[in-house]
Design a binder for this molecule. Structure first.
Ligand SMILES: [Zn+2]
Length: 296
């Protein structure tokens, strides 16, 4: 079947299974994931860049399917986060880069609870490379879009911690507030940086270092939220535990502005980095596959 037609069917199938709106998403909002994938396509050079540009709409719309899948496939969830604290203490340089070794060290049953995001990203990148080598270009588009989703999640600091919703630090509700309400509300102010793709020498090292770097931004993010809620009463603070589709107009006055003042640049920087690193992973997979010519 023609690639375009198969992708239409795939998208309809996924959307149909997920229902019209997924429950709380625990990932950047849909617009942020789509911006990351779309920007990565623009930054990707060479013949692969041309091919991806011709399929940009698919790479953008499929960026959020991984979150849709979570609503009917619970075993998908651990791929979207890693609670680094369970795996030791910073800088986490003794964390095994191979999943098998991590299972041996920490217990196989614990990984699905503590999150498997970095191993998922490296595994997916290698699968992408195999699909390129095999000339399975339909699969290349789907895997590339999916990889964008997980790289996006890995650059959201709250996807790298046991304190993912701020409960341990008096920042209850920060997860959806930051990644969805704040980012969506101010998205028109985002000016994507013009970055060049980077050469990845060691896939596992690179991916782990990016996620550990995101984890290192947690204090900054939580402090921005603490400062933003300083002048709020306990009742107003209670109103900060929201759904992803909450109307920002219902939030306590000035809170979102103050959060953006403290954490807005962090969000845009992480989206920029996610986009350029995604393009770099696509490029790495293509080189590893022997730089196959995409179909014209
Ligand atoms: Zn996700």
């Amino acid at each position: 079947m023609h690639l375009r037609r198969r992708l239409v069917l795939l998208t309809l199938l996924v959307a149909g299974l997920a229902g019209p709106v997924a429950s709380p998403l625990w990932g950047w909002g849909f617009p942020a994931h789509q911006r990351i994938n779309g920007r990565a396509v623009e930054l990707l050079p060479g013949p692969l860049g041309e091919y991806f540009m011709a399929h940009r709409n698919w790479l953008v719309s499929l960026a959020v399917d991984a979150d849709r899948r979570k609503s009917y496939s619970p075993e998908e969830r651990p791929s979207h986060y890693i609670d680094f604290e369970y795996y030791g203490s910073g800088p986490y340089d003794s964390l095994p880069h191979q999943r098998r070794d991590a299972e041996e060290k920490f217990g196989r049953e614990n990984l699905p609870k503590w999150g498997t995001l970095p191993w998922h990203v490296t595994g997916l990148t290698r699968s992408l490379s195999q699909a390129m080598r095999a000339g399975e270009w339909e699969r290349v588009v789907v895997l590339s879009a999916d990889l964008g989703h997980f790289i996006g999640d890995g650059h959201q600091p709250l996807h790298t911690t046991v304190n993912y919703d701020g409960k341990d630090s008096g920042n209850d509700g920060i997860h959806v507030m930051f990644e969805t309400l704040m980012v969506n509300h101010y998205m028109q102010r985002y000016r994507p940086a013009d970055l060049k793709i980077i050469e990845i020498k060691h896939l596992d090292e690179a991916v782990f270092s990016w996620l550990i770097e995101a984890h290192g931004l947690l204090d900054h993010l939580l402090e921005a939220d603490t400062k933003a809620r300083e002048s709020l009463s306990p009742k107003q603070q209670g109103a900060l535990i929201v759904r992803f589709d909450t109307d920002p107009a219902t939030l306590p006055r000035d809170y979102l502005d103050d959060l953006y003042a403290g954490a807005g640049q962090l969000a845009w920087r992480q989206m920029d980095l996610a986009a350029i690193r995604l393009a770099s992973l696509w490029h790495w997979a293509w080189l590893e596959a022997g730089s196959p010519a995409p179909p014209s």
